[in-house]
Design a protein around this ligand. Structure first.
Ligand SMILES: [Zn+2]
Length: 329
């Protein structure tokens, strides 16, 4: 389907969502949400010192939690999910990927509403205090006068590489110092900060590989190393072996799932935009490929939340129709 048509239908779906929610009871499910960096405010975002990603500020995050509380959602941790959820309830699980220092800003909000969150940590970034490659590519690219489109294109290429190859590429282009974080906005947590953070009862720590590895770019040995070593490093820092993983960039394959089972990882989270329904939620295989929605700071928050909660999307119906027609040809 053409992008412009797809965007137009999506807009119709977004506009219709509040009406659908007021007319039809939404299906009970576990809705998992993805956040990355948590910017202090618009001013910090405007500094351009790191990839703006979803451009989510502390205020947006607070409104996100307040919205779901007001709609009667129960916030759960991975431990709650593994104990089994009540099929008659609606749930939210909050997740943050990567291990940014700025994720500490979520804590007062988690405490205010008494809700848990799951933080997926790229272990070597914390251990080495190394900046994330996408922030380096964005910051240095901007300094060098690259357009946003050119930076996006470069990032697309880097996503097909292993972490070693990405490091070599950016070091060759911008020099070895480029991986030194420039401040509180782009730096990862230190091991001490992570250790303290992880002791908080509302904070749960998960695996995000050693080097933020896009796992299908690695062979079987590489996949094993990226997942197992991250388990070791995180255990060393936080005192326990994670039982959850978020696949960097949502990418996984059969070898990845096999390694997760070997490492006793029980919950795996993708970036597939969908709710997690019961009873699929209780199949052990499905628990390693949970769906997750992304929140965008520059889009209207309530419209996005309504859209994700609504169970009727014209775009999905059309995609399904096209798929069925293609299968018949
Ligand atoms: Zn990530």
């Amino acid at each position: 389907m053409k992008t412009t048509l797809r965007k137009a239908i999506h807009q119709v779906d977004v506009m219709m969502a509040p009406l659908i929610l007021s007319a039809v009871k939404e299906q009970n499910a576990l809705n998992t949400y993805l956040f990355h960096a948590l910017f202090r405010d618009e001013e910090e975002l405007a500094l351009n010192c790191c990839d703006p990603q979803q451009q989510v500020t502390v205020d947006t995050f607070r409104r996100f939690v307040a919205y779901h509380k007001s709609k009667g959602y129960t916030f759960v941790s991975p431990v709650d999910v593994l104990k089994g959820l009540d099929p008659d309830e609606r749930y939210v699980m909050i997740t943050f990927d990567d291990g940014y220092y700025n994720n500490l800003r979520a804590l007062p909000i988690l405490e205010e509403f008494n809700v848990p969150a799951l933080f997926f940590i790229s272990a070597n970034h914390v251990r080495k205090g190394k900046a994330f490659w996408w922030d380096v590519a964005y910051r240095e690219g901007k300094k060098a006068g690259m357009s946003d489109a050119a930076i996006d294109l470069e990032k697309e290429h880097l996503l097909t590489l292993t972490d070693d190859a990405i490091d070599s590429y950016l070091t060759r282009k911008y020099g070895p110092a480029c991986f030194t974080p420039i401040g509180e906005t782009d730096r990862p947590l230190t091991p001490d900060e992570l250790n303290k953070f992880a002791q908080h009862p509302l904070v749960h720590i998960g695996n995000h590989t050693c080097d933020h590895a896009v796992l299908p770019n690695y062979n079987a040995a590489g996949i094993k190393e990226q997942i197992a070593k991250a388990q070791d490093i995180l255990e060393d820092i936080v005192g326990y072996r994670p039982i959850t993983i978020a696949y960097p960039c949502g990418e996984f394959n059969d070898t990845v799932l096999k390694v997760c089972r070997e490492e006793n990882i029980k919950l795996g989270i993708t970036t597939q935009h969908a709710k997690n329904f019961s009873p699929q939620l209780y199949e052990p295989t499905n628990l390693l490929t949970l769906n997750r929605f992304t929140i965008w700071g520059k889009e209207d928050l309530i419209s996005q939340c309504d859209f994700y909660r609504s169970d009727f999307h014209v775009l999905d119906k059309m995609k399904g129709m096209i798929k069925r027609l293609k299968a018949k040809v």
